[in-house]
Ligand binder design. Structure first.
Ligand code: SF4
Length: 61
């Protein structure tokens, strides 16, 4: 699985609350820690569903 943050991120912090191992807020945008994705992929999907501006893109490869 690959997780990407789109420019439309507004830095609300929801993804970092749902899955703090993968998502972190830097400045006013979320960033992704790719090393932690595989061990918490369900929470990455939960974060993507919860993002208010659909800024989390998930690719299944
Ligand atoms: S939930 Fe969406 S808008 Fe909020 S910080 Fe995460 S990626 Fe950005």
């Amino acid at each position: 699985m690959n997780v990407k943050i789109l420019n439309s991120c507004v830095g609300c912090g929801a993804c970092a609350i749902i899955n703090p191992n993968v998502f972190e807020i830097h400045g006013n945008k979320a960033i992704v820690n790719p090393n932690k994705i595989d061990e918490s992929d369900d929470l990455c999907i939960d974060a993507a569903i919860s993002c208010p501006v659909n800024a989390i893109e998930i690719c299944e490869y």
